[in-house]
Structure formats: structure tokens, C-alpha cells
Design a protein. Structure first.
Ligand code: BMA
Length: 827
């Protein structure tokens, strides 16, 4: 197999314009125009609207390449395009090779007849996706949710939906060659497919079966071809097996006697095995495929039980509580995606104790490195197929397109240890049952054909061993109460979209909540990056254009009014909006974790942003953690002590999501607003592995008989084993806006150690939601946005490796800013 790369330098221009611009492949129209200075940054102020107009044009890409006679002499020469976005006409040396219309597919074209020895030219024209979907929509209307923020008609085209706008994303439907492009030359045969299965038997040994598909052409001399497989353990020991490739399909087996099992984060290690499958002809290597696998069993238990029907991940035989978030594309400008950036995001997930991530269906199937990182760091991936919030029409062409794209991607992704679920779509079964849109019988039937017949069937054929779920949310299909609380997974939006108070979360015991969320603004530093000084008020056109959910800013303000005092300025409002979001999510998740067993999953909406915007994300576009992400780190802690307060009654529950039992001491204190301890106590607790247990019920009705008394007191609690604090917390007994806070007079010291900085924060009076930040620097802190009783000191660590740019202790001290809730309002 010989590969001729066509990545790299191309030239591009709007079709039929005079001037050519430099282009980089893989890349996109938007990134080329930006680099060449033709367009302004679409994320700055309201430039998005002007840049959008550029996508009404067609663009052409062109380059030359050299083919030497040896390559040209090869029996097979295929042009491989791993990603063309989207409506493309490919021309080689003046002849049309192919037209494509699906960004999610990998295309292989026989290019041999069009090639010459020496210089060749390839040209790809991309037609306007906007003009196309608008035209199609005129011909045949397809409904889509969020119709006031999106380009109508997007479900007609197999292109990441969010690029046409979403309730967190701009309308920037970019185009271009977004993944690798190359020519592949082959002689005699190629390894068309490798599919790995693993069988775990009761003695603990694992049989790895490698199913192969070999494509041969010309004269069949199968007995000369040999398949070899080599499996290398994480410690570097290799086992080999080989067999003659006598037919097109083959099968090799290896037995691993003492497997090192792969576990999700928080439950064990992530050992990975390297598998190399070679196709040999005598001594010469014809083709090779390398896969990295993890040995584990991973499925979803979905069975009737006392509460309805379970929905829980079972890994290596243990039922686990999924803790994660929904992942959306990391950037609207495709070329800004890279492994390094994704690794930082995955590390942020792991730092916040995630064991799971859902790839939402309105984007694209992530690159291989995304799944590699999830394998390495231990995040179970829930992968939606790429359909979200809209109707689809099963025309013959559409059916062929989606079949091809699903098979391409399932085959690409299925071997990953982290892959936990394939799911048919986002919210379409639910929409057909509960949402309002003009429902046509034909398209309802098409839904069934597409999501209940075709997609499960072809996914199962390509990957029979990964759990398949028809839609999210779903109760198992057939339009049977898709968002039922007691079966399957649930998207719970009554708090955000429905305007219900946070307390509402505690009324529900979902089996698995795969979406629920609350918005906030990014921090001031982030807002400054996309606004001019005069824009910094949430009702300016620029700030409103960076809020895509209609009524979103009013909902944030509504929430602020319920929980916090009126913020004194723009910066305080941004900060308070983040506290609100963090509190909303904490309310839900702690409750579901207290009910572990019945509830088995929390996947909040949403992890990240694809541009700077007010949204549900816990990490903003610039990678800065919002208050929520620090809160997630606390409420997703493997062992969690949490409080369910109701008036003067406080129930303390320990949730243990580790494989070991917890034996610890629980200490609690009731303090008044000046941080004088009024009552205290302690008790020993034993909590079995993978369980939740009520530890204590405290009743302060005698001491705190009315609302005024509740406002003047708070409860702290701590779970310790020896000198180690396993989990701790502080619960208010009234809303923060009603707590008569005093100036906490925060003091701080910063010291330097070899690998990290140590920051001690001291409060003279009760301080709520203390935030540490730096004027210029960006750093990951061990904790932030935390409470501190008066007289207490909290130690925070900043790993030197967690600083985006290196900085000395003086610089850190000089830039450090501290604030707490007390600083956000005028008294
Ligand atoms: C859910 C998601 C997204 C959306 C989010 C916020 O319904 O599936 O489509 O962005 O809610 O509204």
C-alpha cells in the first residue's frame, strides 16, 4: 500500500473570482479567508452576520501533484477523501471524477483512469450549503426545532446540523476539505476491514477474535496471502497468530490468559492493548491495520425492576452511575479542532470526576483522537448518530447517504474500549410524541423506517456487541412515552425551558438523566475577548447576538432574582449567573446520586462551547472553567457526602461510587451567621461499594423555629478517614439573597513549592462562593467558587503544569483577585 498525501498547500477562491488565496488542507473556507485577512473574526462582536453571507457563494479549491511512474503502474489507485464538506464536485485533470453530498462519509474513488505520470491537477468545487438547503426547503418542507435561530431546510443535507445555527451556536455553515485527502495505491489485495470481538469467560480469560475482510483483484491466488495478528499487552509482551487468507473473509483468534481490564475513570485503570493486523504476500507486507483496544465488557442493563425499567452502564459486571456531560463540536471553525485542545478538554472532564461523555447528534462523529483520548482517560462514550431535533424524509438518495455514513463511522469507531452506546438520534422520538409541529403521517412512517428499522439494523450488523438505543430520550421505542421518568433515559428541561424552580429536580427519580441544564454567561475576561467596551451590558445588540436561546437572558435574570441580590454591575452579574447555574445543577445531581440504584446516570447539558456565547456549558469557549465546572468536580466526587435540606431538617447521605467500601467518620456542625458553632455531632458510617446510604437525619426545628432563624444559620459536614477529608460541604438553610452576610475580609497568601503554588484563603466571616482569579493568567485550581465559614482557612493548589503560561510567585500574587458573594451587591 502506497499513500500519496494531498494534504497541505492548496489555493482557493470564490468560484469565478479572479484572485486565488492560499489554502490549507484539511481546513475550511472560513479558516482560509480568516488567515488571508479577507473576513473579520466571525466571533468578534456581531461579525457573524457578515461572514454568514459568504456562504451564499460557491468556492473552489485547487492544487497540483506529482505522480511518479511506479505509482501510476500500481493496479489500484484510489482517491480517498475522509471528509468533504459538503456539496462537492471533484475534478482531476479537467475531468469530473465525482459529486458528493455528505460531509460524514469517507469516499474512495478509482482515480487511475484520470491520472498521468508527472504533473496532475485536482480541483474541488464546493456549492453553497445555504442556497442548497433553502432551495430544497422550497421544494419540500422539513420541520426543524429552533426554527428562529437556524437556517431552514438543514435536514435536507448531510452536514453537521449545528453549523446552520443552534440555540447556542451561530449560523456559520462553513465548507471545505475538512479531513485528510490522499491517493492510495495498492497491488493485488488490501485489508478492507478488521473487526475485533472479545469474549470474557468465567475463569477470567479473554478470547480476542479478529474478523477480517480481504479484497483481492486480478488473478486470485488466495493461498499465497497470509494474515498475521500481533497483540501487544500494555507491558509490551506480544502474542502472535497467523493464518492463510484463503477466502475474502477470515478469522484469527488469540487467548489472553491474564487480561488487564479497562475501567472507566474513577473505577480502575485504562490499560490498552495494541493490535496489529498484517496482510502478507510471502515476505512482503501488502497492507496493515493498527488498532488499540481495551479488554472489558461494557453494556447497558435495561430490564424491568421495582421502579420501572433500569437504564445503567454495566462495566466488567459492575453497575456504575454515569457521571458526565454532553459534548458539542469544539469550534465552528473546523480547523481549530485539534488533539491538543481536545486532550485539554478531556483532562478537564477527568479532573471533574467524569466517567462518561455523550456526543450529541447535532454535530459530527469526532476524529479518531477523540476516541483515543476517551480510551486513555476512561470516559465511556455515548455516541449519537447524527440526527437531531428535525424531520427527515427517507427518499432513496437520503437512505443511501445515511446508510453509507453510518457504516463508515461505526466501522471506524467500534473497536474503542470507551464506546458504550450507539444511539439513533437526539430528541426525535420525543418530538414526534410531545412537541408541536405539523405532523405528517408519511414522515412519521419515515421516522420508523429510519430510526426503528434501518439504523439499528445496520449499526448492529457492523457492531453487534455495542448496546444500541433507538433515540435519546427513549423508553425503548415505538413512540411509547419516550421521556418517561421511570424507564430509559430522560431529557429534563422543566427547570430551564419550563421555568420551574431548582427544587423541582428533587421531585424526580429519573433512571438516567441524559440532558438537563441551566445557562450562564462566560466570565468577564472571556466577554472582553469578543466585545468592545461599549458592548458590556447584557442587553446590547452584541451581547444579545451572543445569546442564541430566545429569552435566555431573561431566564438568567429571573433565576438571579429568585436566589441572589441584585448584582451591582456587569461583572457581578456575569459571576452571579455562574453561581446560579452551578447551584441549579448541584441541586439535581446530588439528589440523583443520593438515589443511586434507582437513578444511575447524570449527563448534564453541556460541557463546552463552539464559540463565545451565553450557554449551558460548564467550560467556556476559551477553555475557562465556569463556577459550574468546579461544582461538578465536587458533586461528581467518587465518594460524596451531600445534604438534603428542607426547612430546619437536614438529611445527610453518603454516595459511594467506588469499588471499595467506605469506613469513615461523619462530623457535622450547626453554626450561626457569625460562625459560632451552636450544635455539633459525629457518627461512624460504613457504606458498601457502589451504593448510597442515608447517614444521619438532623432536625433543628427546636433551635430554628422560623424563617428568620434559618437565614441566620448554616450547616457544615465532613466525612473523614483518619486525617483525610473524603468529602465535605456547607448547606445554607435559606436562599443566598436572604443571608445577612458580613464582610468576610478575605485574606490570601501564596507560596511556591516545586511542582505547584499553594494558596491559603482565610475568611473572617462566612464567605460564600469565593472566587480566585487572575487579571491576565489562566490557571486550573484545585477548587474555586467555594464557601468558607468565618475563621476558617482553605488551601488551594495550582499545579505549575496547570498554568497556561509559566508565571513566578510574584506575578501570581500580583495578579490574584478574590471575591465572594458579599462583593456583588450594594448594601
Ligand atoms: C437539548 C439539546 C439541544 C439543545 C439543548 C438546549 O434539547 O438536545 O438540542 O441545544 O437542549 O436547548
Amino acid at each position: 500500500m502506497v499513500k500519496l498525501e494531498l494534504n497541505g498547500a492548496w489555493q482557493m477562491r470564490a468560484l469565478n473570482e479572479k484572485e486565488w488565496w492560499k489554502a490549507e488542507v484539511p481546513g475550511s473556507v472560513m479558516s482560509d479567508l480568516l488567515r488571508e485577512g479577507i473576513i473579520a473574526d466571525p466571533y468578534y462582536r456581531d461579525e457573524q452576520y457578515e461572514v454568514f453571507d459568504r456562504f451564499r457563494a460557491d468556492y473552489e479549491y485547487e492544487r497540483s501533484f506529482h505522480i511518479d511512474p511506479e505509482l501510476l503502474a500500481m493496479e489500484r489507485l484510489e482517491l480517498v477523501c475522509e471528509g468533504l464538506d459538503t456539496i462537492a464536485e471533484i475534478d482531476v485533470n479537467g475531468s469530473l471524477l465525482a459529486c458528493t453530498k455528505n460531509m460524514h462519509r469517507t469516499y474512495r474513488f478509482d482515480v487511475r483512469p484520470l491520472l498521468n505520470a508527472g504533473d496532475n491537477r485536482i480541483r474541488i468545487v464546493f456549492r453553497s450549503p445555504v442556497e442548497y438547503v433553502e432551495r430544497k426547503q422550497q421544494e419540500s418542507y422539513l420541520w426543524a426545532a429552533n426554527d428562529n435561530y437556524v437556517v431552514q431546510g438543514y435536514p435536507h443535507l448531510r452536514k453537521a446540523h449545528h453549523m446552520f445555527g443552534w440555540d447556542w451556536g451561530p449560523k456559520l455553515p462553513d465548507s471545505g476539505i475538512w479531513r485528510d485527502i490522499y491517493i492510495e495505491g495498492a497491488q493485488h489485495a488490501r485489508l478492507k476491514d478488521v473487526y475485533v470481538e472479545q469474549q470474557h469467560d468465567t475463569s477470567g480469560q479473554v478470547t480476542v477474535t479478529i474478523n477480517t475482510e480481504v479484497e483481492q483483484w486480478g488473478e486470485k491466488e488466495g493461498n499465497q496471502l497470509v494474515l498475521q495478528a500481533a497483540l501487544t499487552t500494555p507491558n509490551g509482551e506480544t502474542q502472535q497468530v497467523s493464518a492463510a487468507a484463503v477466502s475474502d473473509t477470515g478469522c484469527l483468534q488469540l487467548v489472553v490468559q491474564k487480561p488487564q481490564l479497562w475501567w472507566p475513570n474513577g473505577l480502575g485503570e485504562q490499560p490498552l492493548y495494541k493490535l496489529e493486523v498484517r496482510l502478507m504476500s510471502g515476505q512482503s507486507l501488502i497492507d496493515v491495520k493498527e488498532l488499540r483496544i481495551g479488554l472489558r465488557t461494557l453494556t447497558v442493563r435495561n430490564e424491568p425492576d421495582e421502579w420501572g425499567e433500569s437504564f445503567e452502564f454495566v462495566v466488567n459486571g459492575r453497575s456504575i452511575f454515569a457521571m458526565g456531560s454532553n459534548y458539542i463540536p469544539e469550534d465552528n471553525i473546523r480547523s481549530k479542532h485539534n488533539r491538543e485542545r481536545t486532550e485539554r478538554l478531556v483532562q478537564d472532564c477527568v479532573a471533574a470526576n467524569f466517567n462518561c461523555i455523550r456526543v450529541w447528534g447535532g454535530g459530527f462523529y469526532p476524529d479518531d483522537y477523540f476516541f483515543d483520548l476517551c480510551d486513555e482517560y476512561g470516559l465511556i462514550v455515548w455516541q449519537d448518530h447524527l440526527f437531531a431535533c428535525s424531520e427527515y424524509e427517507m427518499t432513496a438518495e437520503f437512505t443511501e447517504e445515511i446508510k453509507a455514513e453510518v457504516i463508515d463511522n461505526v466501522k471506524r469507531i467500534r473497536h474503542h474500549a470507551s464506546l458504550g452506546i450507539w444511539c439513533g438520534n437526539n430528541e426525535m422520538e420525543w418530538a414526534w410524541v410531545d412537541w408541536k409541529f405539523p405532523k405528517r403521517a408519511k414522515l412519521r412512517t419515515d421516522y420508523i423506517k429510519q430510526f426503528e428499522i434501518l439504523l439499528p439494523q445496520i449499526t448492529k450488523e457492523a457492531d453487534p456487541n455495542t448496546f444500541y438505543w433507538l433515540a435519546s430520550p427513549s423508553s425503548g421505542g415505538g413512540f411509547d412515552e419516550p421521556n418517561a421518568p421511570h424507564r430509559g433515559d430522560v431529557h429534563y428541561w422543566e427547570v430551564w425551558h419550563g421555568g420551574k424552580p431548582f427544587t423541582e429536580y428533587r421531585q424526580h427519580y429519573f433512571r438516567f438523566c441524559s440532558e438537563f441544564g441551566f445557562q450562564s454567561f462566560p466570565s468577564l475576561k472571556s466577554v472582553e475577548a469578543f466585545t468592545a467596551a461599549g458592548d458590556r451590558n447584557i442587553f446590547t445588540p452584541v451581547m444579545e447576538s451572543h445569546q442564541k436561546n430566545e429569552g435566555g437572558n431573561s431566564k438568567i435574570l429571573q433565576g438571579v432574582s429568585q436566589h441572589f441580590l441584585y448584582p451591582k454591575d456587569f461583572d457581578s452579574l456575569l459571576y452571579v449567573s455562574q453561581l446560579l447555574q452551578a447551584e441549579a445543577m448541584r441541586y439535581g445531581v446530588e439528589h440523583w446520586r443520593r438515589n443511586r440504584g434507582r437513578c444511575m446516570g447524570s449527563v448534564y447539558w453541556q460541557l463546552n462551547d463552539c464559540w463565545p456565547v451565553a450557554s449551558w456549558s460548564s467550560i467556556d469557549y476559551y477553555g475557562r472553567w465556569k463556577a459550574l465546572h468546579y461544582s461538578v468536580k465536587r458533586f461528581y466526587a467518587p465518594v460524596l457526602l451531600s445534604a438534603e435540606e428542607e426547612g430546619a431538617a437536614v438529611k445527610l447521605v453518603v454516595t459511594n461510587d467506588t469499588l471499595q467500601p467506605v469506613n469513615a467518620v461523619l462530623k457535622w456542625e450547626l453554626s450561626d451567621i457569625r460562625s459560632v458553632v451552636i450544635q455539633s455531632g459525629e457518627t461512624e458510617v460504613q457504606v458498601a461499594a457502589l451504593s448510597a446510604q442515608p447517614a444521619l437525619e438532623l432536625d433543628f426545628r427546636a433551635a430554628l423555629p422560623n424563617e428568620a432563624a434559618l437565614r441566620q444559620h448554616y450547616v457544615t459536614y465532613k466525612l473523614t478517614a483518619g486525617s483525610e477529608v473524603i468529602s465535605d460541604g456547607l448547606t445554607l438553610l435559606a436562599r443566598p439573597k436572604h443571608i445577612p452576610l458580613e464582610d468576610p475580609q478575605l485574606q490570601v497568601t501564596v507560596a511556591e513549592e516545586e511542582e505547584r503554588y499553594v494558596v491559603d484563603v482565610k475568611a473572617e466571616e462566612l464567605a460564600l462562593f469565593i472566587e480566585l482569579s487572575f487579571t491576565e493568567l489562566d490557571a486550573s485550581l484545585s477548587d474555586n467558587f467555594f464557601h468558607l465559614p468565618g475563621g476558617d482557612t482553605k488551601r488551594i493548589y495550582i499545579a505549575k503544569s496547570g498554568l497556561r503560561e509559566a508565571a513566578g510567585v510574584q506575578e501570581l500574587r500580583g495578579q490574584l483577585k478574590l471575591r465572594s458573594l458579599y462583593d456583588t451587591y450594594v448594601r
